[in-house]
Design a protein around this ligand. Structure first.
Ligand code: SAH
Ligand code: DHB
Ligand code: MG
Length: 222
Protein backbone atom coordinates (compact mmCIF):
# COMPACT_ATOMS: atom_id res chain seq x y z
CA UNK A 1 0.00 0.00 0.00
CA UNK A 2 1.47 3.36 -1.02
CA UNK A 3 1.88 5.97 1.67
CA UNK A 4 0.15 9.33 1.21
CA UNK A 5 2.69 12.19 1.11
CA UNK A 6 1.24 13.75 4.26
CA UNK A 7 1.82 10.48 6.11
CA UNK A 8 5.48 10.48 5.07
CA UNK A 9 5.78 14.15 6.08
CA UNK A 10 4.21 13.45 9.48
CA UNK A 11 6.64 10.56 9.99
CA UNK A 12 9.55 12.84 8.98
CA UNK A 13 8.51 15.62 11.39
CA UNK A 14 7.91 13.12 14.18
CA UNK A 15 11.29 11.46 13.67
CA UNK A 16 13.11 14.82 13.54
CA UNK A 17 11.20 16.84 16.11
CA UNK A 18 9.28 14.69 18.57
CA UNK A 19 11.43 13.08 21.25
CA UNK A 20 11.30 9.27 21.31
CA UNK A 21 9.59 8.05 24.41
CA UNK A 22 9.15 4.49 25.61
CA UNK A 23 6.20 5.17 27.94
CA UNK A 24 4.27 6.94 25.19
CA UNK A 25 4.96 4.16 22.69
CA UNK A 26 3.97 1.54 25.27
CA UNK A 27 0.74 3.46 25.93
CA UNK A 28 -0.21 3.15 22.26
CA UNK A 29 0.86 -0.52 22.08
CA UNK A 30 -1.10 -1.48 25.19
CA UNK A 31 -4.14 0.51 24.04
CA UNK A 32 -4.12 -1.42 20.77
CA UNK A 33 -3.57 -4.75 22.54
CA UNK A 34 -6.59 -4.04 24.75
CA UNK A 35 -8.71 -3.41 21.63
CA UNK A 36 -9.12 0.36 22.09
CA UNK A 37 -9.84 2.34 18.89
CA UNK A 38 -6.86 4.09 17.22
CA UNK A 39 -8.15 7.56 18.00
CA UNK A 40 -5.25 8.94 20.03
CA UNK A 41 -3.66 12.13 18.72
CA UNK A 42 -0.54 11.62 16.56
CA UNK A 43 2.85 12.11 18.28
CA UNK A 44 3.42 15.54 16.68
CA UNK A 45 -0.10 16.55 17.77
CA UNK A 46 0.65 15.33 21.30
CA UNK A 47 3.78 17.48 21.26
CA UNK A 48 1.67 20.39 19.97
CA UNK A 49 -0.71 20.03 22.95
CA UNK A 50 2.29 19.76 25.28
CA UNK A 51 3.74 23.00 23.87
CA UNK A 52 0.41 24.85 24.18
CA UNK A 53 0.20 23.80 27.85
CA UNK A 54 3.78 24.94 28.50
CA UNK A 55 3.28 28.24 26.63
CA UNK A 56 0.37 28.87 29.02
CA UNK A 57 2.32 27.70 32.08
CA UNK A 58 -0.74 25.56 32.73
CA UNK A 59 -1.25 24.32 36.30
CA UNK A 60 -4.78 23.04 35.85
CA UNK A 61 -5.75 21.09 32.77
CA UNK A 62 -9.09 19.45 31.99
CA UNK A 63 -9.31 16.73 29.33
CA UNK A 64 -12.65 15.37 28.12
CA UNK A 65 -12.03 11.94 26.53
CA UNK A 66 -9.08 9.95 27.94
CA UNK A 67 -9.05 6.80 25.78
CA UNK A 68 -5.76 5.04 26.70
CA UNK A 69 -4.24 8.17 28.20
CA UNK A 70 -1.92 9.04 25.31
CA UNK A 71 -2.85 12.72 25.02
CA UNK A 72 -3.21 12.74 28.82
CA UNK A 73 0.47 11.85 29.24
CA UNK A 74 1.58 14.56 26.79
CA UNK A 75 -0.50 17.13 28.66
CA UNK A 76 0.40 15.93 32.18
CA UNK A 77 4.11 16.16 31.35
CA UNK A 78 3.58 19.80 30.42
CA UNK A 79 2.07 20.79 33.79
CA UNK A 80 3.87 23.43 35.79
CA UNK A 81 5.23 22.29 39.18
CA UNK A 82 2.41 21.25 41.50
CA UNK A 83 -0.05 21.19 38.62
CA UNK A 84 -2.97 18.79 38.16
CA UNK A 85 -4.83 17.30 35.22
CA UNK A 86 -8.39 15.98 35.42
CA UNK A 87 -9.44 13.65 32.61
CA UNK A 88 -12.96 12.30 31.97
CA UNK A 89 -13.69 8.92 30.40
CA UNK A 90 -17.00 7.09 29.94
CA UNK A 91 -15.54 3.62 29.35
CA UNK A 92 -14.30 1.71 32.41
CA UNK A 93 -12.07 -0.38 30.12
CA UNK A 94 -10.48 2.67 28.50
CA UNK A 95 -9.95 4.24 31.93
CA UNK A 96 -8.29 1.07 33.27
CA UNK A 97 -5.90 0.92 30.30
CA UNK A 98 -5.20 4.64 30.72
CA UNK A 99 -4.50 4.27 34.43
CA UNK A 100 -1.72 1.75 33.77
CA UNK A 101 -0.28 3.83 30.94
CA UNK A 102 -0.30 6.97 33.08
CA UNK A 103 1.40 5.15 35.96
CA UNK A 104 4.13 3.77 33.70
CA UNK A 105 4.71 7.28 32.33
CA UNK A 106 5.36 8.48 35.89
CA UNK A 107 2.59 11.10 35.97
CA UNK A 108 -0.07 9.30 38.05
CA UNK A 109 0.52 11.73 40.94
CA UNK A 110 -0.63 14.60 38.70
CA UNK A 111 -3.60 12.94 36.98
CA UNK A 112 -7.13 12.26 38.22
CA UNK A 113 -9.20 9.99 35.98
CA UNK A 114 -12.95 10.35 36.51
CA UNK A 115 -14.98 7.50 35.02
CA UNK A 116 -18.45 8.33 33.73
CA UNK A 117 -20.27 10.30 31.07
CA UNK A 118 -18.66 13.70 30.79
CA UNK A 119 -22.07 15.42 30.62
CA UNK A 120 -22.73 14.10 34.16
CA UNK A 121 -19.20 14.61 35.51
CA UNK A 122 -18.77 18.22 34.34
CA UNK A 123 -21.59 19.70 36.50
CA UNK A 124 -20.18 17.98 39.59
CA UNK A 125 -16.67 19.29 38.84
CA UNK A 126 -18.22 22.75 38.62
CA UNK A 127 -20.14 22.32 41.90
CA UNK A 128 -16.98 21.08 43.63
CA UNK A 129 -15.17 24.24 42.52
CA UNK A 130 -12.66 22.29 40.45
CA UNK A 131 -12.20 25.18 38.03
CA UNK A 132 -11.10 27.43 36.64
CA UNK A 133 -8.82 25.44 34.34
CA UNK A 134 -5.98 27.00 32.35
CA UNK A 135 -6.38 24.62 29.41
CA UNK A 136 -9.31 22.41 28.39
CA UNK A 137 -8.96 19.72 25.70
CA UNK A 138 -12.30 18.55 24.29
CA UNK A 139 -11.86 15.13 22.63
CA UNK A 140 -14.73 12.81 23.61
CA UNK A 141 -17.92 11.82 21.77
CA UNK A 142 -18.54 14.59 19.24
CA UNK A 143 -22.38 14.58 19.49
CA UNK A 144 -22.03 16.04 23.01
CA UNK A 145 -19.55 18.76 22.01
CA UNK A 146 -22.18 21.51 22.52
CA UNK A 147 -22.66 20.37 26.14
CA UNK A 148 -18.89 20.14 26.66
CA UNK A 149 -18.41 23.66 25.34
CA UNK A 150 -21.01 25.04 27.73
CA UNK A 151 -19.29 23.46 30.74
CA UNK A 152 -15.82 24.29 29.46
CA UNK A 153 -16.74 27.98 29.44
CA UNK A 154 -18.21 27.69 32.95
CA UNK A 155 -14.99 26.05 34.11
CA UNK A 156 -12.86 28.83 32.56
CA UNK A 157 -11.45 32.23 33.50
CA UNK A 158 -10.30 35.02 31.18
CA UNK A 159 -7.18 33.58 29.54
CA UNK A 160 -8.29 29.95 29.54
CA UNK A 161 -7.56 28.16 26.28
CA UNK A 162 -10.01 25.59 24.89
CA UNK A 163 -8.80 23.13 22.25
CA UNK A 164 -11.29 20.96 20.34
CA UNK A 165 -10.11 17.92 18.36
CA UNK A 166 -11.57 16.45 15.16
CA UNK A 167 -13.47 19.46 13.88
CA UNK A 168 -12.95 18.71 10.16
CA UNK A 169 -13.86 15.02 9.88
CA UNK A 170 -12.51 14.48 6.37
CA UNK A 171 -14.23 17.67 5.23
CA UNK A 172 -17.70 16.53 6.31
CA UNK A 173 -18.00 19.53 8.66
CA UNK A 174 -19.17 21.73 5.76
CA UNK A 175 -22.06 19.39 4.89
CA UNK A 176 -25.11 21.24 6.17
CA UNK A 177 -27.33 18.28 5.25
CA UNK A 178 -25.30 15.71 7.14
CA UNK A 179 -27.21 13.30 9.37
CA UNK A 180 -23.99 12.01 10.96
CA UNK A 181 -24.30 12.73 14.71
CA UNK A 182 -20.55 13.46 14.90
CA UNK A 183 -20.81 16.07 12.14
CA UNK A 184 -23.98 17.55 13.68
CA UNK A 185 -22.18 17.74 17.05
CA UNK A 186 -19.17 19.51 15.57
CA UNK A 187 -21.35 21.93 13.55
CA UNK A 188 -23.37 22.91 16.66
CA UNK A 189 -20.07 23.29 18.53
CA UNK A 190 -18.81 25.70 15.83
CA UNK A 191 -22.12 27.64 15.95
CA UNK A 192 -21.93 27.99 19.74
CA UNK A 193 -18.31 29.10 19.68
CA UNK A 194 -19.08 31.58 16.89
CA UNK A 195 -21.98 33.19 18.75
CA UNK A 196 -20.22 33.38 22.14
CA UNK A 197 -18.85 36.92 22.58
CA UNK A 198 -16.46 35.70 25.29
CA UNK A 199 -14.58 33.43 22.86
CA UNK A 200 -11.98 34.39 20.27
CA UNK A 201 -11.69 31.33 18.11
CA UNK A 202 -10.02 29.88 15.07
CA UNK A 203 -9.87 26.41 13.54
CA UNK A 204 -7.10 24.83 11.50
CA UNK A 205 -7.27 21.89 9.12
CA UNK A 206 -4.62 19.22 9.49
CA UNK A 207 -3.47 16.34 7.31
CA UNK A 208 -1.14 13.62 8.48
CA UNK A 209 -1.13 10.25 10.16
CA UNK A 210 -4.67 10.92 11.44
CA UNK A 211 -5.93 11.65 7.90
CA UNK A 212 -7.74 14.90 7.12
CA UNK A 213 -9.02 16.55 10.28
CA UNK A 214 -8.40 19.63 12.40
CA UNK A 215 -8.22 21.49 15.70
CA UNK A 216 -10.28 24.34 17.08
CA UNK A 217 -8.50 26.84 19.35
CA UNK A 218 -10.47 29.27 21.50
CA UNK A 219 -9.32 31.90 23.98
CA UNK A 220 -11.74 32.88 26.75
CA UNK A 221 -11.82 36.68 26.98
CA UNK A 222 -12.80 38.81 29.96
N1 SAH B 1 -7.81 12.15 23.97
C1 SAH B 1 -7.46 10.79 23.53
C2 SAH B 1 -8.45 10.26 22.53
C3 SAH B 1 -9.88 10.24 23.02
S1 SAH B 1 -10.93 9.24 21.99
C4 SAH B 1 -6.08 10.83 22.89
O1 SAH B 1 -5.86 11.67 21.99
O2 SAH B 1 -5.21 10.04 23.26
C5 SAH B 1 -12.49 9.62 22.70
C6 SAH B 1 -12.73 9.02 24.07
O3 SAH B 1 -13.91 9.63 24.58
C7 SAH B 1 -13.00 7.51 24.05
O4 SAH B 1 -12.18 6.84 24.97
C8 SAH B 1 -14.46 7.38 24.46
O5 SAH B 1 -14.75 6.23 25.27
C9 SAH B 1 -14.64 8.65 25.28
N2 SAH B 1 -16.04 9.08 25.36
C10 SAH B 1 -17.01 8.94 24.42
N3 SAH B 1 -18.16 9.46 24.87
C11 SAH B 1 -17.92 9.93 26.11
C12 SAH B 1 -18.71 10.57 27.10
N4 SAH B 1 -20.01 10.80 26.90
N5 SAH B 1 -18.13 10.92 28.26
C13 SAH B 1 -16.82 10.68 28.49
N6 SAH B 1 -16.02 10.07 27.59
C14 SAH B 1 -16.56 9.70 26.43
C1 DHB C 1 -12.54 9.75 16.19
C2 DHB C 1 -12.45 10.36 17.43
C3 DHB C 1 -11.29 11.01 17.80
O1 DHB C 1 -11.17 11.65 18.99
C4 DHB C 1 -10.21 11.05 16.94
O2 DHB C 1 -9.10 11.74 17.33
C5 DHB C 1 -10.28 10.42 15.72
C6 DHB C 1 -11.44 9.76 15.36
C7 DHB C 1 -13.80 9.08 15.78
O3 DHB C 1 -14.72 9.03 16.59
O4 DHB C 1 -13.87 8.63 14.64
MG1 MG D 1 -9.62 13.17 18.88
Amino acid sequence: MSQEPWESVDSYFIEKLVPENEALKAALDDSEAAGLPSHAVAPNQGMFLNLIARLLGAKKILEIGTLGGYSTIWLARALAAGGKLVTLEASALHAAVARKNIERAGVADRVDIHVGKAAALLPSLFEQGAGPFDLIFIDAGKPSNPIYLDWAVKLSRPGTVIVGDNVVRNGAVVDGNSKDPNVLGVRSFIDLVAENPRLSTTALQTVGLKGYDGFLLALVEG
